[in-house]
Design a protein around this ligand. Structure first.
Ligand SMILES: [Zn+2]
Ligand SMILES: [Zn+2]
Length: 379
């Protein structure tokens, strides 16, 4: 049979660029470091640019512009656009247009720009190295962002800005510190290559490795290790379930510096309208996911009938809790905004919600225990 090559042609500029940055960052920089050594200034500049540019992608490109998870004052938007340009992940406009498609068509190999079902490498970098149809940018996705002058300004100036910030800026710093090559290799190439792979892990690793806590409908996973590398974006299953939420790591102990920075900016008065998913909806999604997992497991012919019965009872209770919640919601709507001004009515509703949330929390504990008893159960 004749061998046919169905792959689209390479994006030569991207391939040349990725090869150059990775060779400079992961081969030339370590050799230079071992043979000549880096100045303290080069390490400091690399660390600061790495932090500022990384957080600008997660807080700015991702949570602010792609998902509108909060609103930001212009000085904050300007800073996020400026430092985000160091990360070389294309302009905000292009990034957000593709990212919105990723969420809407996640795992669809014909529509998701970096579907993990097209392979780990494709989701990580391969999608940028060829002219895939799915990598086309559709600006109709981002009409809201076209109204933001900072976004449009960054889009127009993007490529000159990239060269100035990633090559000119480290070179100038190096000239000041007396370490031009070291600064370009460490604060330029190594920092850029490392931060790019860490971000790309969100598309590849965070759709492969970890637990699905809030939805089994897609491949996104929650993984604390990935969160450590990605400024908190490793709680990706939660994020795909509740994409408008400004948080990815929900609990206080989960590593999500992007969430902390947004809260801090809100405290400074630079961010407002932070979107939070109601606690009940989060508990409900978590329990529903556990029930779905247990259901799959208990539907096997060798599953014990005792556990099956426990499962049915728990599911019944879950449904009752949800229906009670719907009742409280309906009553609240009926009571109207006026009633909510009354302190007593407000407290009454709040306690009823809290009781239902507590019941779900306790049920989640029982289900976790049930899952443990049924080991080995697939994750
Ligand atoms: Zn994703
Ligand atoms: Zn997202």
């Amino acid at each position: 049979m004749e061998k046919t090559n169905s792959k689209p042609p390479l994006v030569v500029s991207n391939v040349v660029f990725f090869v150059a940055v990775n060779l400079l960052g992961f081969v030339a920089a370590p050799i230079y470091g071992l043979v000549v050594g880096f100045s303290g200034w080069a390490w400091l500049a690399a660390a600061l640019i790495w932090i500022a540019s990384g957080l600008s992608i997660t807080v700015g490109y991702h949570r602010l512009w792609s998902h509108r998870a909060f609103r930001a004052a212009w000085p904050l938007r300007l800073a996020l656009a400026f430092f985000g340009t160091f990360s070389l992940q294309n302009s905000i406009l292009v990034w957000a247009a593709r990212h919105r498609v990723h969420h809407r068509h996640v795992d669809d190999v014909d529509k998701d720009p970096h579907s993990i079902l097209s392979g780990f490498w494709h989701a990580h970098m391969g999608w940028m190295t060829r002219h895939w149809k799915t990598s086309d940018v559709n600006y109709a996705e981002v009409p809201d962002l076209e109204k933001d002058p900072i976004v449009m300004w960054q889009h127009k100036l993007y490529w000159p800005a990239v060269w100035v910030l990633n090559l000119g800026f480290p070179a100038a710093l190096g000239w000041l510190a007396g370490d031009v090559i070291g600064m370009i290799l460490l604060a330029g190439a190594f920092r850029l290559a490392l931060s790019q792979h860490f971000t790309f892990f969100i598309n590849s690793l965070a759709h492969t490795w970890g637990r699905r806590n809030y939805s089994l409908d897609n491949t996104a996973r929650d993984n604390g290790w990935i969160a450590l590398m990605t400024w908190g974006e490793g709680y990706h299953n939660f994020h795909h379930a509740f994409q408008a939420d400004y948080r990815n790591g929900l609990r206080w102990w989960q590593f999500d510096p992007s969430k902390w920075l947004i809260s801090f900016c809100a405290w400074l008065g630079m961010a407002r309208d932070l979107k939070r998913t109601p606690a009940f909806k989060i508990h409900r999604a978590r329990l529903q996911t556990r029930f779905n997992e247990l259901e799959q497991y208990l539907s096997r012919p060798d599953a014990s009938s005792t556990w099956r019965k426990v499962f049915e009872q728990e599911l019944q209770q879950f449904r009752e809790t949800i229906s009670q919640w719907q009742t409280v919601q309906a009553e609240r709507v009926q009571a109207g905004a006026d009633a909510m001004r009354d302190r007593w009515r407000r407290i009454e509703f709040r306690t009823r919600y809290k009781e239902l949330e507590y019941r779900m929390k306790m049920q989640a504990r029982r289900l976790a225990e049930l899952q443990r008893s049924l080991q080995p159960m697939p994750a």
